[in-house]
Design a protein around this ligand. Sequence first.
Ligand SMILES: Nc1nc2c(ncn2[C@@H]2O[C@H](COP(=O)(O)OP(=O)(O)OP(=O)(O)O)[C@@H](O)[C@H]2O)c(=O)[nH]1
Ligand SMILES: [Mg+2]
Length: 480
Amino acid sequence: MINPFKDWNPERLTRHVSQAGSQLDDWLHLTLDRTVRLAVTGLNQSGKTVFTTTLIHHLLHALQGSNLPGLKAAEENRLLGTRIMMQPDLDIPAFPYERHIRTLLANKPAWPMPTEALSEIRLAIRFRPAGLLSGRLSTSSTLYLDVIDYPGEWLLDLPMLKHSFDSWSELTLKLCEEEPRRTLSGRWRDHLASLNPAEPASEEIMRGAAESYTEFLMACKHPKVGLSFLQPGRFTIPGDLKGAPLLTFCPLPPPGPEGSPAGSIRDAMARRFDSYLRLVAEGFLKRHFSRFDRQIVLLDLLGALNRGPTAFADMHTSLEAILENFRHGPSSLLSRLFSPRIDRLLFAATKADYVAANQHHNMERLLRRLVARSANDASFLGVEIQSQSLASLRCTRTVVRDHNGRRLSFVQGTPKGREKETLLFPGEIPETVPDAEEWDTHRFHFMEFEPRRPPDAESPTPPHIRMDQALEFLLGDKLR
Ligand SMILES: Nc1nc2c(ncn2[C@@H]2O[C@H](COP(=O)(O)OP(=O)(O)OP(=O)(O)O)[C@@H](O)[C@H]2O)c(=O)[nH]1
Ligand SMILES: [Mg+2]
């Protein structure tokens, strides 16, 4: 019998496989379980850009003295180097890692500006597999990591997808019955009252109504109000759609007996709403949000506590509505190839350096309570869940001092807008969602900080809080 493999040896086989062309690469990496598409999910200002930047920085510098004791591959000296690779999508701008890290670590450091467009990055992490058996079979292996960054506001487009124009209008107008939306929407609702939606539409009428509605959304977004359930997401951060007719519609009260004549304002608004869903929201979901394997959900709990009960509840509603749109479930070879699902989900309360270390326990308990429903839904589907607090870039240190006979934990750092370091008592984090009485207006005042290195930071990579644990949970099993 002829044996076609008679003259083949392992080296020859490897050479032939590697010659098979780069198109096969993605397919091969997926089948070999060597690609992770990480969903960094979070509302605006939750810390996505800083997290992504420092994650890349830590991996790129892991050989220069690891600052990641919780990441086993780093601790066991199995990381062999990381590179930024050619991007998978030619029409998406590259994530500006260099620019962000230069700004964050400059002599006069600064935080990144709010993100206004989508970008992506692919890393190749070369590592030595753990264990004797795999060590014999291969000396090194590569894990590809894909991450995208985008404005947090755009996530609110995802929950719009289950609505018709009428049901979305009804929901939005219902929200405007409660304060602070009631007052803030006054001018826009007056504007609506001056229109007859059954009359013929014109670009001017459409633009006028959309501008008035956008002003209302911007007033809700103002840091002093801090609402997050603001739709459509592109109205506050239009990106490349600035000025496009696609962004000229707004919710309308239910139709009267006049209905929705063809060419009327109502008819035109409903059509633009449908186009927005199809071209923007659905495009965003299908192209970028349906391919993830792992997810980290970042929550700025402390900022939400600062902004008070309404903003806190609004953040919670937004988060639950957004998470319904991701595909969660255990991953198998087939699902990885044809219908990827998120099989590990990490909830992370960010900016843990705003408070002293003894508050992190409460921060994590509060986080767990807040995400209980979403975590339960995902866990039911077989997803592994973890919750933790973290700081992508630690800008303070905890200092314990005696004060009037009590031992108190302070934080030392440079408060936002100041030049000098200060010792502050940051206050305490409740371990449950505060009830009405607890939301006394002066209770939560967590200070924001400038991105300065704390004086005790010695490592070549910037200090963090539990980034290593987050990375171990998200990537650790793929680096074995
Ligand atoms: N002290 C501290 N502040 C942080 C940290 N991460 C983020 N911040 C603060 O949070 C702000 C927002 O962080 P970003 O990473 O820009 O947030 P984002 O989620 O990308 O926001 P959008 O681009 O608006 O969606 C920063 O300007 C900092 O003030 C951290 O680890 N420590
Ligand atoms: Mg950002």
